[in-house]
Design a protein around this ligand. Structure first.
Ligand SMILES: Cc1cc2nc3c(=O)[nH]c(=O)nc-3n(C[C@H](O)[C@H](O)[C@H](O)COP(=O)(O)OP(=O)(O)OC[C@H]3O[C@@H](n4cnc5c(N)ncnc54)[C@H](O)[C@@H]3O)c2cc1C
Length: 484
């Protein structure tokens, strides 16, 4: 379609509406962080903070200079910097106050829209609310609104968190309340699925010769050679049947779609049969709808990660027998359970203990060093040792294959493969994240295209939200250059 079909121009279009997008939206709406004083234990950072002009927001500072030398559990320096300022020394297990104060400066607001498949909150909208976060509660925080303060103003009978963690339900509610509390709703378009993003070169015909503006999109950036055309559809009403097309054109697109849209598959015969699930949500649905059925066929759970563990916890809570099939040995050093302190994650350690056979539960049967080989119509399941030994046949109420997920970037040219650290390969948060400039979060392969969150390797909200500072900083400096 020609660019003249653009329905609406925006300075920035954000695709995805999870914590990454929400945090960027708050920056773009005019909320800006300032150094509030106070000492940081990192002497180099502290020295730089002391020398910084207090009148300038962190958004205007030299982020490469400020973040130089910072180390931590993210490979993105701006993610580390933002975390160090919001939660000084968090890795030492302390809960120090933030070194930032936030000011609302309307004059710095940038026109933007946030497009998301579901409700604001992204992946958190699809998780089981009764489970607890892996992270400490305050690590789930978004810029400018303390999670602790939010919790204190939302007291609940069943107490929010255990061991400093939060429930998924609390995080989800905090994210939706955040959008409301910060007045971000006008920017958010829920139920909007982006299906294509394409570069459209601005032709002479599109440019007003006197003003230099792009018609009909009214691009604010003079002499901008191209715009991104973001197309998709939105659902009208609750039926999911009626939909309407939309199109935005913009010089800047931020891909914040996370990495959980496509569940990984084993690609074995029968995997598409109706008794096979690939998400915790589906498992919960099957378990709840079979609660009162007499059949004692087990739930067969495949995988040795936290989602598989969550499914086991859920099934055992409902007194449903569990057969647990996983490829690694129960003592394998790569298992996630080995990396979680028992005092903070007792529920996962209980599952690990069951997997090792250290604790016995008559409802739970582990099959370490096994894999699923085939699923049959009559709920018959074949499993085999990973060394290719004997094949066992079992009957299962349902089969939950919970072995991770990957992003769906089918809306980008080449499925986004040209954007990775290793071009031409599928984007994957661990092995091939989107290659962005470490300070601006702009894709190395595409001007005006940005990404943040797990897509650039930050799997935890704590560091992922730092991308919003990087992008806001870059836009601030670019805008100043464009308007000079
Ligand atoms: C079970 C589980 C537990 C977790 N626990 C923790 C934890 O304890 N601590 C922690 O820090 N992190 C945790 N994470 C990771 C955390 O969820 C992510 O780091 C975070 O949600 C990333 O935020 P995001 O906004 O980048 O992406 P997401 O939250 O994934 O949001 C992106 C949204 O964009 C939508 N989207 C995708 N494609 C399109 C499209 N074409 N058009 C419109 N919208 C689209 C997606 O459907 C999704 O809703 C957990 C993840 C899972 C799955």
């Amino acid at each position: 379609m020609p660019s003249t079909a653009c329905s609406q121009y925006k300075d920035i279009v954000i695709v995805g509406n999870g914590p990454s997008a929400i945090s960027l939206s708050v920056f773009l709406s005019g909320y800006r962080p300032y150094y509030a004083g106070g000492t940081h234990s990192n002497v180099y950072l502290n020295e730089k903070l002391q020398k910084m002009s207090p009148k300038k927001s962190i958004v205007e500072q030299d982020l490469a200079f400020l973040s130089e030398g910072l180390e931590g559990r993210s490979s993105n320096p701006v993610g580390l910097l933002f975390d160090a300022l919001c939660r000084p020394d968090a890795d030492l297990g302390v809960d120090n106050p933030s070194l930032l104060e936030w000011k609302f400066e309307k004059e710095h607001a940038i026109d933007h829209v946030v497009l998301g498949k579901g409700k604001a909150g992204g992946a958190w909208q699809n998780m089981d609310g009764s489970m607890q976060t892996l992270s400490f509660a305050n690590w789930m925080e978004l810029p400018s609104l303390s999670f602790k303060e939010w919790q204190n103003s939302h007291p609940r009978e069943d107490n929010h968190a255990h061991n400093g963690r939060a429930t998924i339900a609390d995080v989800r509610k905090y994210y939706s309340d955040f959008v409301e509390n910060r007045g971000l709703q006008p920017h958010f378009r829920d139920q909007h699925v982006v299906t294509s993003i394409q570069k459209k070169y601005v032709t002479n015909k599109d440019v007003d010769s006197e003003s230099g503006e792009v018609e009909p999109c009214k691009c604010r950036y003079k002499n901008h050679p191209f715009l991104w055309e973001v197309r998709g559809h939105c659902f009208l009403g609750d039926t999911g049947l009626d939909r309407e097309e939309f199109c935005f054109c913009t010089p800047n697109v931020v891909i914040a779609t996370g990495t959980f849209d496509v569940p990984n598959k084993l690609n074995i015969p029968g995997e598409n049969l109706s008794f096979v699930q690939h998400s915790l949500q589906e498992v919960e649905h099957v378990l709840s709808s079979n609660m009162n059925k007499k059949s004692q066929d087990p739930v067969l759970i495949v995988g040795a990660g936290l989602s598989a563990a969550d499914a086991i916890i859920m099934a055992l809570k409902m007194k449903r027998p569990v057969v647990h099939v996983f490829r690694r040995g129960a003592n394998d050093s790569q298992l996630i359970f080995k990396k979680l302190p028992a005092a903070i994650y007792p529920e996962y350690h209980k599952i690990h203990s069951l997997m090792k056979g250290k604790t016995i539960n008559p409802l739970y049967k582990p099959y370490p060093n096994h894999s699923l080989v085939e699923l049959k119509e009559d709920n018959h399941v074949l499993i085999q040792t990973t060394s290719g030994g004997d094949i066992l046949s079992l009957d299962a109420l349902c089969v939950a294959i919970l072995i991770g997920a990957c992003p769906d970037l089918s809306f980008l040219p080449y499925d986004g493969r040209h954007l990775g650290i290793v071009p031409r390969y599928t984007i994957d948060s661990k092995h091939n994240p989107i290659h962005v400039d470490p300070f601006s979060y702009q894709c190395v392969a595409e001007t005006g295209l940005y990404s943040m969150g797990p897509l650039v390797g930050d799997n935890f909200v704590r560091f992922g939200v730092g991308g919003s500072l990087g992008i806001a900083n870059h836009l601030f400096h670019t805008k100043n250059k464009c308007t000079q």
